[in-house]
Design a protein around this ligand. Sequence first.
Ligand code: NCD
Ligand code: ZN
Length: 489
Amino acid sequence: MKEVDLVIRGARVVSVDQIIEASVAIAGEHIVAVGHDDTMPPAREEMRADGLFLLPGAIDSHVHFRDPGYPNKETWKTGSAAAAMGGVTTVFEMPNTNPATGTVEALRLKQKAAESSYCDFGIHGLLGDDTVERLEELLDAGVTSFKAFVGNTFGNLPAPTDGALLEGFEKLAPLGIRTVVHAENSSILQRRQQKMKAAGRIDAMAHLAARPAVAEIEAIGRVLTLAEWTGARVHIAHHSAADSLFLLREAKRRGVDVTAETCPQYLLLNTSHMLKLGGVMRLNPPIREARHNQPLWDALLDGTLDMIATDHAPHTPEEKTRESIWDCDCGFPGVETQMPLMLTEVNRERATLMDYVRWSAVNPARAWGLYGTKGVIAPGAHADIAIVDMQRAGTLSQNRLQSISKISPWNGRAVKGYPLHTLLRGRFVMREGKLVSDAVGWGRTVKGVQKMPTPKPRNTEHYSSAILQTPAGVPATAVPVGAVDWSAA
Ligand code: NCD
Ligand code: ZN
């Protein structure tokens, strides 16, 4: 047998429906064998992983690495280092940088910044009124997918009008490209925020009051209507409210190609934490009352929600701790803490490791057309692996984060279950809990690896592109009123 680069022996390999004891052989960037110890080829390096679990590297559909524009908050190097340390091997990065990723020039700046990435990545381009004419150009230049900021958030990008959103979906549906939506109704939350400010409210709870669940319900409903009509694929970002889950259930039942993520903060935190932590917890959509936590778990378990993302949204400690809640930037880091937080819940038996792998790797891989290449430990797939110790206990500490944003609502939280090593395409990017610093730049785009299923556009005869043509038999110009002879009537 031909010598391979690495054989990992004695671990348990986790997939969506089983956990098996197996060894894994890796040659170059790929897994070449998964099976009994005796069947493994000779290897340049052998690694024992007795008692450990091999999980497909996590795929995080929602991170903000801030570069270009806000290198004081994060860079690709620091953000992707955080991913590597958290067992995350692929991220999809958001367009609310400065400049926003809505032009090819801006995309080029981002691609340049991403050359220092420790993890593989997709780039969500911006879908807005100003970019709707450029979507194909952006796809050709390298974006993997799009994001529409239907709800106002950090970066203050104007929400697309419904007309532009519909037209964007009409353009993307035939291409099978999925659009991420920040689903909150901007008009509701901006009006409310103004009122709360005018009334002198500066406390953390005022942020929640300004962004009620109905803003999420309305926006998800609107987006799903447009997605169903056009046949466009959509992805609901950071689903936060129990009250809007029924819309996802109904849309999925009707065959809409919608995927949805929630984040550890919506599953595990609520207003009781907000009262203690204040501005640190300010994010969009807001962390809500405790009654939302369990229904979101249930929705993950029954498949209404598809995946865990983090909305890794770093800001500096100074930007997060100002006196008025309105002056605290929205969001906090999360890509590094997601896995230990969720594994802790697995240890508490709130879900199985197979459930976790479905949410962290399998379903995101499917949503973005990566399944088979990523999201699974099987021959032929990229060797993207998180090697996990479910017994290792510790305390999360914001000072130890790789992120520049050393401020986190998870600071001091006890966890059990950690990634010990992270492999990206056969190469260690984290080993023995330490970043492998010379793996900087090993990450590359997943554009080109993606294989989306056949698109299913609908109602194409009503698309803007179709109605712009004058149908046969109808005069190309309207008849002037003065030209009509009324005397015959
Ligand atoms: C995000 C950020 O800081 O970029 N903030 C947030 O509160 N979630 C933007 C976003 O995803 O809405
Ligand atoms: Zn968002």
